[in-house]
Ligand binder design. Sequence first.
Ligand SMILES: Cc1cc2nc3c(=O)[nH]c(=O)nc-3n(C[C@H](O)[C@H](O)[C@H](O)COP(=O)(O)O)c2cc1C
Length: 269
Amino acid sequence: MKRGFLILAVSLTIIAFITAYLIYTSLSVKTRHLERGYYVGGETILLPLPYVMSEMSVEESILNRKSIREWSSEAIGINQLSIILWCTYGVTEKIGDWYRRSVPSAGATYPLEIYVVIGERSVRVNETTYIDAGVYHYNPLTHSLNLVKRGDFRNDLYEAALKQEWVGKAPVSIVIFAVYERTTGRYGERGVRYVHLEAGHAGQNIYLCSTALGLGTVAIGAFHDSMVAEVVSAKAGEQPLYIFPIGVPAKPYSSSFDNVHRIIIENRR
Ligand SMILES: Cc1cc2nc3c(=O)[nH]c(=O)nc-3n(C[C@H](O)[C@H](O)[C@H](O)COP(=O)(O)O)c2cc1C
């Protein structure tokens, strides 16, 4: 009798543990994608959460940075796109009611809006899946991409950028827009200068991050503003400033500090 009671108590305890474990795992499966982030398809793509992806130092990245205009046919990875977008304008810290970003901003007014033009089979999610071709808008606070419109708009961007081939052929282009009013509202005309300086900070981050990942980019300033705005269906008040086509360089490139030293010593003579 006593033994039967003991077996019953042990069995009930085991069942209770198993039930608790099953409830816990089913709940954590539901929320896990919010913590880690992964491709969900459809209208919103929760990007993989940013982390340190490259082993290259800042100095090496600056050393090896150069404008790349020829791409291999390879797609880039979703992790690579994720970290490049985070470097462009991602959040780094919450301070009271505002969020510090990856770039400095006059009065923390953050006037930039980031769009991404993604081609067909251009951003790999895994061996067989790619992000749908389309125009997306980057949301830094949730580190996600919101679909603006579906389709491969790289050719339209190429036309808008005075038919620069490297724009049409890159798998992905980041397009930086500005809402001047956010900064000029506080600083008047001088705010225009501040917005341009901030776009430069974001652009350099794109260069350095791409280089560190073994990817390449080139700053594009020559384009028809109204056509670029139309390509991404920009909102009223958003002005295009910069396009950064990104891809795998056709020819790997690296410089060396020996090279730099030679130049400096030569110039000292
Ligand atoms: C504001 C700005 C606009 C630029 N516009 C273009 C452009 O429209 N097309 C292009 O191929 N390169 C463009 N470039 C890239 C420059 O040609 C390039 O940075 C320069 O030749 C130096 O080469 P490097 O970047 O390899 O050091 C631009 C660069 C800047 C800073």
